[in-house]
Design a protein around this ligand. Structure first.
Ligand code: C5P
Length: 408
């Protein structure tokens, strides 16, 4: 897919810039020709020499460098490429792109290019959640700029956690391949112009640095809904716990581990027209996860104290402001499926509950088929057993109808 493709990599100034060196290697391994621009801040983290050695071509750094201007020139840098990748995309670089600034080589090339652009943001979680960054991302999305990540997890600053870690090099490679494969105009479809958030997979709640509490969710149903919504033309953010599934193309995947990270990622992805909560979120987490591995010391086994996790669905469905027009929850039940799901509709404050029977004999968890009941204020619809992909397509079609088909 990347063989003989020309990639222009813009490296911004953040600690994640060190991962951009590995990204160059991964792109080259796949046969891409990589040209690199370093912002002046990026040069505080990685050097033009290291970048040039890996790319096999000198790095570009200055707008007013007579040598580059008569040789390649900023306009040729912007045009002689198949894809522009910005990694790490700092808050400042995103703001410049959104505002159309052109006061250094990177921003000028980003303004001058007519090629697809993929950005991999990396910043502190508070900067990522700031309304200014949200506004800039909305503008960039409207301009057709694709996003990969950021993921949730530990930040470089010690003790800081949240959404803001740059996607891993291989995730950026996969997103670059998807961006090159995608048609340049957004797919038309009943959800065109709509924003959809989907949660998927389990959460992992740490006991200590090596152990965690989890569940058997595979993420298949949630991922299928995210894919179906993207295929229907929506701009989709998929917030997923740890799963063994590839990142779907044509949408943004945010990877998280814990319920609290999932809530932060969902809130950072708002506003949305539709939010679908298909993740099997752990109800409880260990109150004080050990900072060191718990040891057998010959005494009594450790007793774990649990505390309740935030209810992501309820938090979003009961928001006073900025509640998505359609909020859909899932109910995984092993008995009295419909009665329990009906009670859940009221308790969670959502518009629909998709109830599925996950008793072990049904094979739903981890399996490819699902039998669901759609519970709304109007009543219950029971659908026949069908593949999870078919459930996803039918749900998305029903959501588009519920929202009214006119683009916003
Ligand atoms: O209460 P219960 O876990 O059965 O509710 C299931 C629904 O609530 C699912 O849609 C699930 O994604 C969502 N949920 C959540 N946050 C939690 C627990 C469940 O979003 N902490």
């Amino acid at each position: 897919m990347l063989r003989d493709k020309r990639i222009l990599l813009v490296i911004g100034g953040g600690i994640a810039a060190y991962k951009a060196l590995d990204l160059i290697r991964r792109l080259k391994e796949r046969g891409a020709a990589v040209r690199v621009i370093l912002t002046s801040a990026a040069q505080q983290f990685v050097t033009p020499i290291a970048v040039g050695a890996l790319a096999g071509e000198r790095a570009f750094t200055d707008l007013f460098d007579p040598h580059s201007e008569f040789d390649v020139g900023h306009i040729r840098l912007a045009r002689d490429t198949d894809l522009v990748v910005v990694a790490p995309a700092t808050a400042d670089l995103l703001a410049k792109m959104a505002g159309g600034h052109a006061n250094d080589l990177a921003s000028t090339v980003l303004l001058a290019t007519d090629k697809p652009v993929l950005v991999a943001p990396a910043m502190n979680p508070l900067m990522w959640a700031h309304p200014a960054t949200r506004r800039n991302l909305a503008l960039l999305a409207a301009d057709g700029v694709a996003l990969v990540g950021p993921n949730a997890g530990d930040m470089a600053e010690s003790g800081e956690q949240g959404v803001g870690r740059m996607a891993e090099p291989l995730e950026i490679v996969a997103a670059a391949e998807a961006r090159l494969a995608a048609p340049t105009t957004a797919a038309a479809g009943p959800l065109k112009g709509r924003r959809v958030i989907v949660t998927s997979g389990p959460t992992h709640e740490p006991i200590d640095p090596v152990r965690y509490v989890a569940n058997r969710s595979s993420g298949k149903q949630g991922h299928a809904i995210a894919r179906a919504a993207a295929a229907a033309g929506a701009e989709v953010v998929l917030v997923t716990g740890p799963v063994h599934l590839p990142d779907p193309p044509d949408l943004r995947t945010v990877k998280v581990e814990t319920a609290r990270e999932m809530l932060a990622a969902v809130e950072a992805a708002l506003p949305a027209d539709i939010a679908v909560f298909a993740a099997a979120v752990a109800d409880w987490r260990v109150a004080e996860a050990g900072r060191h591995k718990l040891k057998k010391d010959g005494g009594a086994p450790p007793s774990l104290q649990f505390v309740e996790n935030p209810d992501i669905l309820r938090t979003v469905a009961t928001r006073a402001q900025g509640r998505p027009a359609l909020v859909v929850g899932f109910a995984a039940e092993t008995d009295e499926v419909i009665a329990h799901a009906k009670a859940k509709l009221g308790r969670k404050g959502c518009d629909w509950i998709v109830a599925n029977d996950v008793s072990p004999e049904g094979g739903t968890m981890g399996g490819d088929d699902n039998r669901v009941h759609i519970i709304t204020a109007e009543g219950v619809e029971s659908w026949p057993p069908q593949p999870k992909d078919a459930v996803a397509r039918a749900l998305v079609a029903r959501m588009a109808t519920a929202l009214g088909q006119a683009p916003q």
